[in-house]
Design a protein around this ligand. Structure first.
Ligand SMILES: Cc1cc2nc3c(=O)[nH]c(=O)nc-3n(C[C@H](O)[C@H](O)[C@H](O)COP(=O)(O)O)c2cc1C
Length: 449
């Protein structure tokens, strides 16, 4: 398993899964436009070797492909949710909190040496989108990791949003109550296990470092950050140190966010950045907000949580997907009795109250990682007058001024057990092995001959 980002990148290169952009790209719009086009095409990781105004190459989309990410968990795509559920089981033995005294070779740079990437037309300016904020909870010494988008204001200042439901918000509040700022490190570019773990909530008593160790299959070395002593991964590409100020909120935004809308200007937390370091030959990392990369990073932990909960009530659950939009959840079950799909739906909604609005249940012969297949199941196995039920009046996430994300809709697209024989999917024997390329020759036009 990979202990650093460069190690993962060389693996991707060896596998022919890394796209390299050699020509210089403009960090204002062009870089994001290329990322989006690649995601809509081959959807592979991409390395921009030359980005205008900065000496750092920029890496993106290493976690935007569900199959590559499933591979990081050591499973096929159809087992990813179940594997995530296993990895986050609370009864797992956690690694200890000992930090080996490894030295990490960083050189000091300034905030403006970093690529100043502007993503969307109405964004307020350049943003850091792959910054993982690392902070120690003063109450129990547990180290928390979470992503927070940050607007680069200039000088030493960043501004960013800390969701009120997150651990970092709570930790910062504790420091603020004492009239103190919260010392933090911000890591940009880490081993993929750490980048995945940082996008999930493991609760106040556990650290994402332990989850990363489980994903990687071994502990990833940590070191104290150079000035503030925050435990950070030794193999971090770019590291910032600073303080989230107490009692200070300043306007941040607008920014084109995960739902592909602009979040308006709001008063948000202020990061006073005191030191910026780069590893020798460091890569910068960019996550295009709301793109498949962010969706995979958020959908996988959600699917794992839902799998864990649904399994309690519907043990014949096989797989869960919340990709490509977290408002949807698709459950694959081996149905044992009528009404089981409805039980599964209710549990899924209860397991994830912030995002999932629509839940579809399908049988084991439907590929839940292919929306054509899901729509086929809905079209051929769901009776709209009986198979759909609505739950009114339940809000989802808090930033919903127009109350659009209220209510839930469940869709039972499983076949009726009493008539299962009439719902057998037709199949052509041997089709899985057939490659159409082995059967045709390119036909040249007469003129070309
Ligand atoms: C790419 C990316 C960007 C994110 N940006 C933010 C953000 O700006 N603010 C925020 O509160 N959460 C953001 N999140 C979500 C948090 O990182 C995520 O919910 C995390 O699990 C919270 O962890 P915590 O509860 O341990 O603090 C983002 C997640 C990803 C993957």
């Amino acid at each position: 398993m990979f202990t650093s980002l460069p190690q993962f990148v060389s693996h991707l290169k060896d596998q022919g899964k890394l796209l390299v952009v050699e020509r210089e790209v403009d960090p204002r719009f062009e870089l994001n436009a290329v990322i989006r086009k690649i995601q809509a095409g081959p959807n592979l990781p991409v390395l921009f070797e030359r980005v205008g105004g900065s000496r750092f190459p920029v890496l993106s989309n290493t976690l935007g492909n569900y199959s590559i990410v499933s591979g990081l968990l050591g499973v096929e795509i159809g087992r990813a949710a179940a594997r995530w559920s296993e990895l986050t089981r609370p009864d797992q033995r956690d690694t200890d909190q000992h930090f080996p005294p490894e030295s990490s070779a960083w050189e000091e740079i300034s905030l403006l040496d970093l690529p100043q990437i502007v993503y969307c037309e109405k964004d307020a300016g350049p943003y850091i989108t792959a910054g993982v904020v690392i902070a120690k909870d003063p109450d129990n010494e547990v180290v928390n990791l979470s992503y927070h988008r940050m607007q680069i204001i200039g000088g030493n200042e960043l501004r960013g949003r800390l969701s009120t439901s997150g651990d970092l918000y709570r930790i910062h509040q504790r420091a603020e109550a004492r009239g103190e700022g919260l010392p933090v490190a911000i890591a940009i570019g880490m081993a993929p296990a750490l980048m995945l773990a940082a996008g999930t909530t493991v609760g106040p008593d556990r650290t994402e470092y332990d989850l990363a160790a489980r994903i990687a299959g071994k502990r990833l070395p940590l070191v104290p950050s150079p000035r503030l002593g925050v435990p950070v991964p030794a193999a971090t590409e770019i590291l910032l140190e600073g303080v989230i100020l107490a009692g200070e909120r300043r306007p941040e935004g607008p920014f084109g966010e995960w739902m592909d809308y602009y979040v308006p200007i709001t008063n948000n937390h202020v990061f006073d950045i005191q030191h910026v370091y780069a590893r020798k030959g460091a890569m910068y990392y960019s996550i295009s907000a709301g793109s498949v990369e962010e969706q995979v990073m958020l959908a996988l932990p959600m699917a794992g949580t839902i799998y864990t909960n649904v399994r309690t009530w519907v043990p014949s659950i096989l797989d869960v997907s919340c990709f490509p939009y977290m408002q949807y959840c698709v459950l694959q079950i081996r149905k044992q009795f009528e009404g089981q799909a409805q039980k599964a739906i209710l549990t899924a909604f209860g397991a994830e109250l912030n995002h999932v609005l629509f839940c579809v249940v399908v049988d084991e012969d439907v590929n839940i990682h292919d929306w054509y297949d899901i729509l086929w199941a809905m079209g051929t196995r769901c009776r709209p007058d009986r198979g759909i039920f609505q739950i009114p009046g339940v809000p989802s996430f808090m930033r919903d001024p127009h109350q659009i994300h209220w209510g839930r809709l469940g869709i039972d697209a499983t076949k009726p057990l009493a008539h299962a024989v009439d719902f057998e999917r037709k199949r052509t024997p041997g089709i899985e092995e057939v490659r159409w390329q082995d059967y045709v020759r390119p036909k040249r036009s007469v003129a070309a001959q």
